[in-house]
Design a protein around this ligand. Structure first.
Ligand SMILES: Cc1ncc(COP(=O)(O)O)c(C=O)c1O
Length: 362
């Protein structure tokens, strides 16, 4: 059984993928070719914002967003310690200080009620993450930002692209939305890729410049940027996958419901989707009181499972200088000790789901 099954998906859309790749081979514009604009228009319209800017990865999109907001040394950016490292890594890489607030146990996303006390006059952005496929309480977070002079919010939607919050799509909920097309993401390509979303014309233009070495037009660089360009072939693959993306989200939700129905036991905490949210289930993650024994039962049954994220960011050596210690974020630490992500993809069969659940409940 595969943790993430990209083969079954490919079989469905292989013809379209091949035709689109062939087109790129024919025109030969391999980087920032016509597919980029086409994909950007497709995704901007899907999300419901004015601008989409395709870029080289979901890490580079965070970097581009931070640079576009002019964030650097002396600034603070509030985020969560329970996320993939890129989120806090890019804050530190631009020279700013990541400031962590704990998560809530139910959604495992930023606990908005703790946000206000973390805001200082150095706070230049808030970076909530949509962990496992559903957004943070963006409405609440936006409200808090407004009460504090409209602190810009960068939504790290690498895992939540396609999800909704109060009926609006993830990536359309704040100044900037950022996502990843890493192959295992719900909307992935066949390499590295990502995209930024905004309704702000000026921010969009700045992000476009930063994506190409701060270039405004040929031979003119008014600002510093990076090589953050997206390959045409990757954009072609994203577009082919968009044709079945919504259907795949429904299939993921059905797999999650099947897991929920079978795994309902006292020593297992099932993932909870907030009432105003939908989830794309980038991961289906349970909390187990005795993770070691569940993991070994799964291993014995040759079922892949991964504890995302077993070590939270405030306890990663690279962030020692921030001065956090064990005990600072009790919910994050409890979740890190118990989390286990089970196989999740739209093509899991009932039999496979049964096999996973039998091993978990062993
Ligand atoms: C929450 C989060 N942020 C950022 C990233 C970075 O995306 P990428 O791998 O495309 O650089 C990921 C990818 O795993 C992620 O899960």
């Amino acid at each position: 059984m595969q943790f993430i099954d990209l083969k079954s998906q490919q079989v469905r859309i292989r013809e379209d993928i091949e035709a689109r790749i062939q087109k790129v081979l024919d025109h030969g514009q391999y980087i920032l070719g016509p597919e980029i604009k086409e994909m950007e228009e497709m995704l901007a319209s899907y999300v419901g914002v004015k601008h989409c800017v395709g870029a080289s990865s979901g890490t580079d999109t965070l970097l581009i967003a931070l640079l576009a907001l002019g964030i650097g040394p002396g600034d603070e950016v509030i985020t969560v310690p329970y996320t993939w490292i890129s989120t806090a890594e890019m804050i530190a890489l631009v020279g700013a200080k990541p400031v962590f607030v704990d998560i809530e146990e139910s959604t495992m996303n930023m606990n908005a009620s703790l946000l206000e006390s973390a805001i200082t006059d150095k706070t230049k952005a808030i970076m909530p993450v949509g962990i496992y496929g559903q957004t943070s309480d963006m409405k609440e977070i936006c409200g808090i930002s407004e009460r504090h002079g409209s602190i810009p919010i960068i939504e790290d939607a690498a895992q939540s692209f396609g999800a909704t919050h109060h009926g609006k799509k993830s990536c359309a909920l704040s100044e900037i939305g950022s996502t990843s097309f890493f192959p295992s993401k719900p909307l992935g390509c066949y390499g590295d890729g990502g995209a930024l979303f905004t309704d702000d014309d000026e921010i969009a233009e700045i992000m476009r410049q930063i994506r190409v070495h701060g270039q405004m037009k040929k031979h003119h660089h008014p600002r510093l940027g990076i090589n953050g360009r997206l390959d045409s072939i990757q954009a072609a693959i994203v577009m082919a996958k968009m044709a079945i993306f919504d259907e795949e989200i429904l299939k993921r939700q059905a797999v999650a419901e099947a897991y929920n129905a079978r795994l309902d036991r006292d020593d297992i905490t099932l993932p909870e989707v907030a009432p105003h949210n939908t989830s794309v289930y980038a991961q289906y993650t349970i909390l187990c009181e005795d993770r070691d024994s569940v993991q070994s039962a799964l291993k014995q049954a040759e079922i892949p499972a991964v504890p995302y994220y077993a070590v939270p960011l405030h306890l990663q050596p690279v962030f020692n200088d921030l001065g956090y210690v064990k005990g600072d974020f009790p919910v994050t630490e409890m979740v890190s000790d118990r989390c286990l992500s089970l196989p999740m993809n739209p093509y899991l069969s009932e039999e496979e789901i049964d096999r996973v659940c039998q091993a978990v409940l062993n």
